[in-house]
Design a protein around this ligand. Structure first.
Ligand code: MEV
Length: 325
């Protein structure tokens, strides 16, 4: 028996960084899907093939015992292996596994790791003939992501599991869907790539040098997020645009924007977007603008002229699911 599960990437809408400290955030699942295919095989080996390994004509193989006792895996394999381990610790299974992951080679920093982790956990669950609530899938996958990254709020894992657009808080104690479809956003990729863990560490150091100020900024971001939730629900794009711009100002204050991101954000606003901000840890990756369908083209052009690459994907898509084989 062979089972394939897929999960979406994510676009962080608001609450970046503050969410690591227990404040709320808003996230939407995006149509960049990642798949994990699992099947049993005799013996006790775990055999893994990722798109990057296939490109380099390599495979990864490890015994189940070694998997349980080691954690220094190559980056390409780390999230999948951590997902297997996290699953096995709750639901020990007999025999070995063959695992194959698939998905877009360029992920634009839009949540490929959390998506592949969630897809692996869901595929393993179905392979062993049981189903668990989304909250359990989330917990198993979040443990795996934390094991690899050391730090993280889990909002990306929640987005991969639940899909749609979510209000997320307190390490997953609050995960609430927001009733809205595809959002009118234009996404720009800055072409730069920085480690999320390093950026989270940078903000943590800023916070230890300036505790009251940074706490004040996080508090303000939390307030903006709570207001934005209602603007999304009522599709009040004008207000949401203001809140995005204010949130970007706070991220600038935290020092995580870059020249490239700032240029694209300002270009989008000048082209008539309601608002624009970076998405995620900052230091590179993506920004997005909220733009009415009529002016979307001009906003895209503005972002491109400022050096960005437009990423055309739908938002609010479905979460992890089992695919027909
Ligand atoms: C990274 O995409 C978003 C951060 O808030 C980290 C996290 O929430 O895990 C910077």
């Amino acid at each position: 028996m062979r089972v394939t599960a897929s999960a979406p990437g994510k676009l962080m809408l608001m609450g970046d960084h503050a969410v690591v400290y227990g404040y709320p955030c808003l996230v939407t699942a995006v149509d960049l899907r990642y798949q994990a295919t699992v099947e049993k095989h005799l013996g006790t080996q775990i055999l893994l093939e990722t798109p990057m390994m296939r490109k380099n004509e390599r495979k990864f193989e490890i015994s189940k015992d070694a998997l349980l006792n080691r954690s220094d895996f190559p980056r390409a394999a780390a999230f999948v292996l951590a997902a297997v381990r996290s699953f096995y610790q709750r639901y020990p299974f007999e025999g070995g596994l063959k695992i194959r992951t698939d998905g877009p080679i360029i992920s634009y920093g839009l949540g490929s790791s959390s998506a592949v982790t969630a897809a692996t956990v869901a595929a393993l669950t179905a392979l062993h003939h049981f189903s668990v609530p989304n909250q359990t899938l989330f917990e198993i996958a979040f443990d795996a992501v934390l094991e690899v990254q050391g730090k993280g709020s889990g909002f990306d894992v929640a987005s991969a599991v639940y899909g749609g657009t979510l209000f997320y808080e307190q390490g997953g104690e609050v995960i609430e869907p927001i009733a809205v479809g595809d959002l009118p956003v234009v996404i720009g990729f800055s072409g730069e790539k920085v480690s999320t863990t390093d950026l989270v560490e940078q903000v943590s150091q800023l916070k230890s040098r300036n505790p009251e100020t940074v706490d004040g900024i996080f508090n303000m971001i939390g307030k903006l997020v709570r207001k934005a939730r209602y603007s999304i629900e009522s599709q009040d794009w004008q207000t949401l645009g203001d809140l995005l711009n204010l949130n970007q100002g706070m991220l600038d204050a935290l020092g995580v924007s870059t020249l490239q991101l700032s240029k694209q954000i300002i270009a989008a606003r000048e082209a008539g977007a309601y608002g624009a901000k970076l998405s995620g840890a900052g230091g590179g990756d993506c920004m997005f603008a909220l733009a009415e369908p009529g002016i979307e083209h001009g906003v895209s052009e503005g972002i491109e002229n400022a050096g960005g690459e437009i990423v055309r994907i739908r938002t609010g898509v479905s979460g992890v699911r089992i695919e027909p084989n």
